[in-house]
Write a protein that binds this ligand. Structure first.
Ligand code: DGL
Length: 263
């Protein structure tokens, strides 16, 4: 199975994209809702949670791990790769490649959680590809809570987004990376606010395409994943509320049963 984890429901945007781009490969998802948000935690804590999540997904039969969380990818992916022998894919690499391909002005904005922005990983990775690019980052810590609460079109959400995007609007960027897997759910508010001229990079779609490419290039893993084809996708959470259940079903466009587990 393809194992996917996030701090909450945001990673379901990645899971849904993988389901569409890699149909027939069952998923096992874990949303660590009891500990969300990761983006305001220290690196040590994010690494500890990420290891627990990975252990759980491996116990459930995952043979590939997708870190569908930018905060965990930026902080814990090196540690996870050195600790586990299964392939670990992080959500940041595909988005940085796409940003480098799409930008023409070489002025790129990145929005994310505090942990992701403080790690400076998008700037480092994009500048490895385009050394003279200018990266402007903005932490948007409140957006994760808005999504987890289901406040996707509220006036208050629009006001908060306007406030966060204001500094980036002054930087004349031509590309904006949605550097948090919760943010695709707010794309309809972010796009008009940053301006239609700015291309938005939805890391969930880029991640799903990277999973598909990975399977094509790694026949042994693809073969192992194919052996799980008869299984149903499963969705686990460490805590659940009605808002979370509703959001999960909204993301997938069908009722999603979330099983609560202690990890
Ligand atoms: N969806 C997560 C991310 O991509 C994060 C949120 C959080 O828990 O802070 O960073």
């Amino acid at each position: 199975m393809i194992g996917i984890f996030d701090s909450g429901v945001g990673g379901m945007t990645v899971a849904r994209a993988i389901e569409k781009i890699c149909p027939g490969f069952p998923l096992v998802y874990f949303g660590d809702i009891a500990h969300t948000p990761y983006g305001s935690k220290s690196p040590d804590t994010i690494i500890r949670y990420s290891k627990n999540n990975t252990d759980f997904l491996l116990e459930q039969g995952a043979s590939l791990i997708v870190i569908a969380c930018n905060s965990a990818s930026s902080t814990a992916s090196d540690e996870l790769r050195s600790h586990y022998s299964v392939p670990i894919l992080d959500v940041i690499t595909p988005a940085t490649i796409k940003a480098a391909v799409l930008t023409q002005s070489r002025r790129i904005g990145v929005i994310g959680t505090r942990a992701t922005v403080q790690s400076d990983i998008y700037r480092k990775r994009i500048q490895e590809i385009i050394p003279d690019s200018m990266i402007f980052s903005q932490a948007c810590p409140l957006l994760v809570s808005l999504v987890e609460e289901g406040w996707l079109s509220r006036r208050e959400s629009k006001m908060i987004i306007r406030r966060y995007l204001h500094p980036l609007r002054l930087k004349q960027i031509d590309t904006l990376v949605l550097g948090c897997t919760h943010y695709p759910l707010l794309k309809h508010l972010i796009g008009p606010r940053i301006g239609h001229r700015v291309k938005l990079i939805d890391s969930s779609v880029e991640m799903a395409m990277a999973v598909s490419d990975f399977m094509e290039q790694n026949a042994d893993i693809k073969h192992r994943l194919e052996q799980s084809r008869s299984q149903q996708s499963r969705f686990y959470v460490s805590d659940s509320t009605e808002a979370v259940e509703n959001m999960a079903s909204k993301i997938f466009g069908r009722p999603i049963h979330l099983e609560k587990v202690r990890v």
